[in-house]
Design a protein around this ligand. Structure first.
Ligand SMILES: [Zn+2]
Length: 67
């Protein structure tokens, strides 16, 4: 997973590798990432769940996540 940018929410979506986690959407355990949300204002938040890909993250969240 590569970093993505959401220009409307003015935040950068940063994948953070998580060891010993599994994808909340498909159950893959090989390469799983949490997603940190870095806002332009300096706040950070974390997306709920861990995922193996942006496709799984978007399917699980039900929304488009940056680009
Ligand atoms: Zn997955």
């Amino acid at each position: 997973m590569r970093q993505r940018r959401d220009p409307f929410a003015r935040q950068t979506l940063v994948p953070v590798r998580q060891l010993g986690a599994e994808c909340a959407e498909c159950g893959d355990t090989r390469r799983v990432y949490g997603v940190r949300l870095d806002s332009d204002g300096g706040r950070t938040d974390t997306l709920k769940g861990s995922f193996c890909s942006w496709a799984c993250a978007e399917a699980y969240q039900g929304v488009r996540l940056g680009r």
